[in-house]
Design a protein around this ligand. Structure first.
Ligand code: STL
Length: 400
């Protein structure tokens, strides 16, 4: 493998920007590589909310590209952002979730043979509670309008009917992270675009440098309409999913004969399987095996993604067979992650404490109490009723 210090600037630039949907301010990156002749420093942030799923492979293949291009890469475990986004992660569990994300990210990268010694992990709260950082939030809050902050977070922060103030602070902090992590560029999904633009438009106004932004395309999920939805567990596959469960979820994925446009399975091959194969075997390599039963024509191997897509489009490849190929490919990707989990106590502890499972109710059915109403001494609402009476009395006293 070539020494990362000797990567030619053009080769490095091509690797850094490979497969991206969009780059904002590419000249900042070119200047670092060609004029300053040093390694590019960049970061990718993730908020440790729900459990990471197979979609995380997509960002990981880009981290692999950045590392190969000699970049100094930081992963920000944005724990306070997970809290600020409608308390998706309560403070009591967020540190375990951050650890769980770190273990998962390392497990994915190791599973695709990416050397991670040089990858740096930073937990957001380790610097986001300092005085300088706080003052910078205040400075930004004096130049960014409520409207602009709200719009910036529209694709990232959960949208609810009575939006909290935290959703306005979130994008300001993400902009500041670029300065406090000391990077030249930030990488993320194209869903981060509005926050990236807010950062570009405002950092200079408080005396900091403008950064470049690198954006991955969004990868469709497995449901119809291609969304990965938190409320539909079938639309995404957990990194620790059991092989049988993977088969079940893939079998329930939306996949219509000949339809290559709305097809989360083909997208998975295009955005996850193909880049990983290229990482492992070199650019242009592709080999996708489908263990098709003899009665439907026997096993098949596609040597290019286009050939696979074309075969599906022409209905030479049927949905159940594509599903078999994708489920097998996912299980192959997940096997080393499950293995690492089984051998890593820290990973297990982070999972159990970060995502505690509700203890199932005792099997014996609780005796249903007689409905004597709530207004008898010791009745279900007796305490509540007493409290209401008390507060009402207090109010009578204080209201003029
Ligand atoms: C999510 C899901 C996801 C990415 C993020 C959040 C990004 C969060 C973030 C926070 C602070 C930063 C940068 C990124 O400085 O895929 O819920």
């Amino acid at each position: 493998m070539s020494d990362s210090t000797t990567v030619d600037p053009q080769v490095a630039y091509d690797l850094i920007t490979k497969n991206l949907q969009e780059v904002l301010n590419p000249q900042i990156i070119k200047n670092v590589l060609e004029v300053e002749k040093r390694h590019l420093k960049l970061y990718w942030g993730t908020a440790p909310t729900g459990r990471p799923h197979c979609g995380y492979f997509v960002a990981m293949t880009k981290l692999a590209d950045f590392l190969r291009a000699g970049c100094e890469v930081t992963v920000l475990l944005a724990d306070l952002h997970a809290f600020l986004d409608n308390m998706k992660a309560p403070l009591e569990v967020v540190n375990y979730r951050a650890k769980y994300y770190e273990c998962s990210i390392k497990a994915i990268l190791r599973s695709i043979n990416v050397p991670i010694e040089k990858l740096k992990f930073v937990v957001g709260s380790s610097y986001q509670q300092g005085g300088d950082y706080t003052l910078d939030i205040f400075k930004l809050s004096n130049i960014v309008s409520q409207n602009d902050a709200k719009r910036a977070g529209a694709d990232v922060v959960k949208q609810v009917s009575n939006p909290l103030l935290s959703g306005l602070i979130y994008p300001l902090m993400q902009a500041l992270d670029e300065e406090y992590l000391g990077v030249d560029a930030q990488f993320g999904g194209v869903d981060q675009r509005k926050i990236f633009v807010l950062a570009e438009e405002n950092l200079e106004k408080i005396g900091y440098k403008k950064r470049a932004h690198l954006m991955n395309p969004m990868v469709p999920g497995l449901g119809q309409g291609g969304k990965m939805s938190a409320s539909d567990p079938n639309s995404k596959i957990d990194l620790l999913e059991e092989p049988k469960q993977v088969k079940k979820k893939i079998n329930s994925a939306f996949c219509a004969p000949g339809n290559v446009e709305e097809n989360g399975l083909l997208s998975f091959v295009e955005f996850v399987v193909r880049p990983i194969q290229e990482l492992k075997h070199g650019d242009g390599y592709f080999s996708f095996h489908i263990d098709r039963p003899e009665k439907f024509g026997g096993p098949l191997t596609f040597e290019s993604f286009d050939a696979l897509k074309q075969a599906f489009k022409e209905e030479q490849l049927a949905p159940p067979d594509l599903k078999t190929g994708v489920a097998d490919a996912i299980n192959e990707l997940l096997a080393p992650i499950r293995e690492e989990y089984a051998n890593n106590k820290e990973y297990q502890e982070a999972n159990e404490k970060g995502y505690p499972v509700a203890v199932p109710e005792k099997t014996k059915k609780a005796k249903k109490p007689k409905n004597k109403g709530s207004r008898y001494p010791g009745g279900a609402n007796a305490n509540a009723n007493a409290k209401v009476a008390e507060v009402t009395e207090e109010l009578k006293k204080t209201t003029v």
